[in-house]
Design a binder for this molecule. Structure first.
Ligand code: 4NP
Length: 156
């Protein structure tokens, strides 16, 4: 599960892009992707039209995704919770007071080989949607390679 603040820009992009990758690699029956926000501001809404436009330009559809808010149950049921920045990390970890699921919660950008600070900037006000697409897609590409090697599947 990919998590950002609004489940409106970054995490729907990661969710849709990762699904696109799973289909490309024939893994859509093996691995499930989802997304949510730490806020409930965009529950039930389609992702931001600006991120949908950028994703569509790259052949990735986000129109099926609807905003939802992360719950404690998600921490239990998901294998990996991938957050976009340290504020998301704090908010998600605050749902897990006894630290049972800390290991599952990671900054998505730690998978980006060219990352320095491991955060994915919020494009909602800055408008840097193309840059965020580049970062998210690079991080997701390398995330999938790690998952595939941990599952023992051939890479490439
Ligand atoms: P996201 O970006 O966390 O990448 O979905 C945002 C979307 C909406 C708002 C803030 C950030 N907002 O203030 O509504």
């Amino acid at each position: 599960m990919f998590v950002c603040l609004g489940n409106h820009c970054r995490s729907p992009l990661a969710h849709g892009y990762f699904q696109y990758l799973l289909e490309k690699h024939g893994l859509e029956g093996e691995i499930e992707a989802a997304s949510s926000g730490t806020s409930g501001w965009h529950i039930g809404e389609a992702p931001d039209s600006r991120i949908c436009r950028v994703a569509r330009r790259h052949g990735v559809g986000l129109d099926h995704i609807r905003g939802q808010k992360i719950t404690k149950a998600d921490l239990r049921t998901c294998d990996l919770i991938l957050v976009m920045d340290r504020s998301n990390l704090r908010d998600v970890l605050s749902l897990d007071r006894d630290g049972r699921y800390t290991e599952k919660v990671r900054l998505l950008r730690t998978f980006d080989p060219s990352s320095v600070d491991n955060e994915i900037p919020d494009p909602y006000y800055s408008g840097i949607f193309e840059e965020v697409y580049t970062i998210v897609s690079r991080a997701c590409d390398s995330l999938l390679e790690e998952i595939k090697s941990s599952l023992g599947a051939p890479t490439g």
